[in-house]
Design a protein. Structure first.
Length: 276
């Protein structure tokens, strides 16, 4: 029988970053650009990168294994494993099939979920998939795990200093500390050729840096304004940024996050009542 849950939450998270990095000050010198272009202009300080003994499968396994060990998880209690990544190394075999080997060793093969691949949105989509499963009639009472991981590697150009590498594993269940509001959500989806990887033999994406910033800010405006509209339909006292305790942004670079928060404030000002 389906059970409607009250709260869907993140119980714990495990982060993994490679131990080696490039100092952005050194990268400025190597690229022969103005001092501060990457560190002050983009807000970047260090850029992590994987070793030649790591790939997307190994870092996902590392984050998952640490999460399991720290929480003493019985893998038979996990009913869904989602992976969000754009760093694919096989056109058919999902990344999930590698971390799931830890489950198979324990005979825990009844595990739903699959990869979500769409540039940097894959991790968010994977998280939403897990939340929706727990909040649905398909939920069987077990926990879910979400892994999001990528290697951001760029060719010579303005995008190169914004690369990086890492993985995060999240344990999803009911009645945990960080609660999701599953009632209101706003999305913005359209087609653009600002970032894409048509050549699977090449690790570098094609990036139109100016267009990708434009797409980012346009999506932010549309999502935020639509979210405010939906929130006011269920809560007449909702006041935009003043009603929010925290905000979490996708971070192509640190300076863009600062600009995005300012843009949210600007949207509130434009949409405010003349009497406020």
């Amino acid at each position: 029988m389906a059970r409607k849950v009250e709260n869907v939450d993140i119980l714990d998270m495990e982060l993994y970053f490679p131990s080696q990095y490039v100092d952005e000050v050194d990268l400025e010198k190597f690229d022969a650009v103005d001092t501060g272009k990457y560190t002050f202009g983009l807000g970047q300080s260090k850029m992590g990168f994987r070793s030649n003994r790591e790939d997307i499968n190994s870092v996902c396994l590392t984050a998952l294994h640490r999460l399991i060990e720290r929480n003493n998880i019985n893998l038979r209690d996990i009913g869904r494993l989602e992976v969000g990544t754009e760093t694919i190394i096989d056109k058919s075999k999902s990344v999930k099939t590698f971390p799931v080997t830890l489950f198979a060793k324990e005979g825990a093969t009844d595990v739903e979920g699959m990869d979500s691949t769409n540039a940097c949105y894959g991790g968010t989509a994977a998280l939403f998939n897990a939340i929706n499963w727990v909040d649905s009639s398909s939920w069987d009472g077990r926990k879910a795990i979400v892994i999001a991981s990528d290697f951001g590697v760029y060719g010579k150009g303005p995008a190169r200093p914004t690369g990086g590498a890492g993985a995060i594993a999240m344990l999803i269940r009911t009645d945990a500390p960080l609660v999701f509001d599953c009632g209101v959500r706003a999305s913005y989806m359209t087609r653009a050729y600002d970032f894409y990887k048509p050549d699977l033999a090449c690790e570098f994406p094609y990036v139109d840096w100016k267009l990708t910033i434009k797409c980012y800010l346009n999506a932010l405006d549309n999502c935020y304004n639509l979210l405010c509209k939906k929130m006011r339909n269920v809560d007449s006292n909702f006041k935009g940024l003043l009603s929010l305790y925290d905000m979490l942004f996708h971070k192509p670079n640190c300076k863009l996050v600062q600009k995005s928060l300012a843009r949210v404030y600007c949207n509130d000002s434009l949409n405010a009542s003349p009497n406020v």
